[in-house]
Design a protein around this ligand. Structure first.
Ligand SMILES: [Zn+2]
Ligand SMILES: [Zn+2]
Length: 245
């Protein structure tokens, strides 16, 4: 097995001590308006997630038993798999469809994926907000309607699935960042080795020419099956077809 530091160098290791100038809301290299949106998104997600989690835990506790435990486990595992698939779908589309000039999503989402292939180590120099806020923002259109309209007591497993899904999604970029870092906490390396989160060795497949497979970056659990059924070539053909329209 190759070590994280070997993977780091093979992915184009660069100086990780680059200092960004002090800006009003921390150290970052993009417009302050983006930074404000990111901070608002993180705060909003936490507020809605706490409210939703309280109701989900209450609904599950009220009917706790063997059947409920099985249902909650299945819902959490389904969310774990779905989050990995979604990470690959979004990543694949941002790598292959549109450009940094695409309205709305170009600068906010596509740019970070394109720049990641130019400098894979750049994300390891970003702080928590810069690395993770986009995913907090992406979860809000799912989480907020569920908080407002979902009958949690009547559909505790659906609520568990949605909550778990957003929880894994907001961790995805941090997991991706860890896969590029030369040094990670021992517990993170243990999770990587157990394949519960994306490992550097697994993710290196995506960063190896021709860069056309293994787009999933949460655990990577769906990368193998999707490659086997030819999902990635089909997705890239679809992106090229949509790009011509
Ligand atoms: Zn990529
Ligand atoms: Zn990467």
């Amino acid at each position: 097995m190759i070590s994280s530091s070997v993977v780091l160098r093979s992915l184009g290791g660069m100086d990780t001590t680059t200092e960004l100038p002090r800006r009003p809301l921390g150290r970052y290299s993009y417009p302050t308006s983006h930074r404000v949106i990111e901070i608002v998104a993180v705060v909003a997600y936490v507020a809605f997630a706490v409210a939703f989690a309280t109701r989900v835990v209450g609904a599950v506790s009220a009917r706790w038993g063997t059947g409920t435990a099985v249902g909650v486990t299945v819902a959490c595992f389904a969310a774990f798999v779905a989050a990995d698939f979604l990470s690959g779908l979004v990543h694949g589309m941002c790598d292959n469809l549109g450009s940094v000039d695409t309205p709305v999503v170009g600068q906010k989402f596509i740019r970070s994926f394109r720049e990641h292939h130019t400098d894979p180590m750049d994300m390891t120099r970003g702080d928590f907000i810069r690395v993770n806020a986009d995913n907090f923002l992406a979860c809000l259109p799912v989480l907020v309607p569920c908080v407002v309209w979902l009958d949690v007591e009547g559909h505790p497993y659906a609520a568990t699935f949605v909550f778990s899904l957003t929880l894994v999604v907001i961790m995805t970029n941090q997991i991706h960042k860890w896969a590029h870092m030369p040094q990670v906490p021992a517990v993170v390396r243990t999770l990587q080795r157990s394949r519960l989160i994306l490992s550097p060795e697994h993710h290196q497949i995506h960063h190896t020419p021709p860069f056309d497979t293994h787009y999933c970056i949460t655990s990577g659990i769906t990368n193998g099956p999707l490659a086997k059924i030819g999902f990635w070539p089909a997705m890239m053909r679809t992106c090229r077809w949509l790009g011509r329209r």
